[in-house]
Design a protein around this ligand. Structure first.
Ligand SMILES: NC(=O)c1ccc[n+]([C@@H]2O[C@H](COP(=O)([O-])OP(=O)(O)OC[C@H]3O[C@@H](n4cnc5c(N)ncnc54)[C@H](O)[C@@H]3O)[C@@H](O)[C@H]2O)c1
Ligand SMILES: O[C@H]1[C@H](O)[C@@H](O)[C@H](O)[C@@H](O)[C@H]1O
Length: 337
């Protein structure tokens, strides 16, 4: 059986996911697309040779009889409305991060999903499918480094466009670490503080860059994440976990090493699209397979999206207060256990 998919948002990652759902992933077919930019939606159909219909908006795409499941790749603030519409229609939905722009929005999704009585939502936290992070998780679970004490991370983008704001460093960028780190060390966040080092001259007027998030967990682990989105030199994701018996670290993204002219060289990736290609493939294949075999998604859930949204709200509050802000999570409902 082939699952018929409707895609909302045909921008950068929308096209990436359309390409992989069409050419890499088994068991799915794109039958519908929409974008507020209808020309972009039409162009996408032509670009990938899709046998698909362009719908005028997300609601009509979700309601289409031949759409079995929905993939949301529109701008973050538009996600909540489309996810709620998919839940109301009883259709499974893969939503790119963030699940919603605020914790209140994510909570509305959780409430609607629980009321529907069926798990329908998967959030695009693809780092949980990345071989490097999975290796770190396995090492911690196997007590290879004893209890984690500290985590040091960096999330660096070469540049960002003019729409990118100081808050987006949290809601669009840090959100990946927010999700993956508590999952990695199996701990809950308790508080966060944000510090702003000297600003880079490369940032556009008004953008605070870089930033350092310091998260504390319930077990006393201290996590530091450098967010630096105008680092210029490449796309660089670092994560090192310091335990009581040793240290584990993400591998450098595999690339050939050249010895030439008295130099040892290894190139650095320039784009997020290349760093997590395999993880995106695996997460979307898992989404399709789970719908077919279990009737519901089994990947990062709406509750995971809610945890990330509550934490992101506290980070954004910490950006302006300059203080340590508490991260208050409700208890996970039995529905998500
Ligand atoms: N998981 C990841 O690594 C990853 C990577 C990139 C982007 N993302 C996320 O994916 C989302 C899209 O990012 P992008 O880089 O592709 O942005 P983009 O600006 O390139 O594309 C977004 C598209 O959505 C369309 N759109 C906006 N609102 C819409 C609506 N209500 N209905 C239909 N279409 C709408 C826009 O016209 C645009 O074409 C963001 O939430 C972003 O955070 C995730
Ligand atoms: O900071 C960017 C992240 O590094 C990418 O992985 C994407 O999520 C992108 O949307 C963000 O703007």
């Amino acid at each position: 059986m082939v699952l018929k998919i409707g895609v909302i948002g045909t921008g950068a990652i929308g096209r990436e996911h359309i390409d992989r759902l069409t050419n890499t992933i088994a068991g799915a077919k794109i039958v519908a697309v929409t974008d507020v930019n209808q020309v972009a939606a039409q162009d996408t159909i032509e670009m990938y040779g899709l046998d698909a219909v362009v719908y005028p908006d997300d609601h009509r795409l979700i309601a289409a009889d031949n759409v079995d499941a929905v993939v949301i790749t529109s701008w973050g603030p538009a996600h909540e409305e489309s996810v709620l519409a998919a839940i109301a229609a009883g259709k499974a939905v893969f939503c790119e991060k963030p699940l919603a722009a605020t914790a209140a929005g994510a909570k509305r999704i959780v409430t609607a999903e629980m009321a529907s009585g069926t798990k329908l939502v998967q959030v695009g936290f693809m780092r949980r499918y990345d071989a490097g992070y999975l290796g770190l998780k396995e090492a911690i679970a196997n007590h290879a480094i004893g209890a984690p004490l500290m985590v040091h991370c960096a999330h660096r983008n070469p540049t960002v466009d003019e729409r990118y704001s100081t808050e987006m460093a949290i809601s669009d960028t840090l959100i990946h670490e927010i999700d993956v780190l508590h999952w990695l060390i199996a701990d809950d966040y308790q508080s966060v503080r944000i510090d702003f080092p000297r600003n880079t001259k490369q940032a556009r007027e008004g953008l605070r860059d870089p930033q350092i998030a310091t998260l504390k967990t319930k077990n006393g682990v201290i996590i530091t994440v450098e967010i630096f989105v105008n680092c210029q030199y490449g796309y660089d994701i670092q994560c090192e976990i310091v335990g009581e018996d040793g240290i584990v670290k993400l591998p450098e993204f595999s690339n050939i090493i050249t010895r030439k002219s008295g130099q040892l060289r290894q190139s650095i990736l320039a784009d997020w699209k290349d760093r997590f290609t395999r993880a995106y493939d695996v997460e979307l294949q898992a989404f399709i397979d789970a719908l077919k075999t279990k009737g519901e998604p089994t990947g990062p859930s709406a509750w995971d999206g809610y945890i990330a949204a509550v934490t992101a709200d506290a980070c954004i509050a910490a950006q302006t207060s300059g203080q340590e802000e508490k991260i208050d999570l409700e208890e996970m409902p039995a529905f998500y256990r």
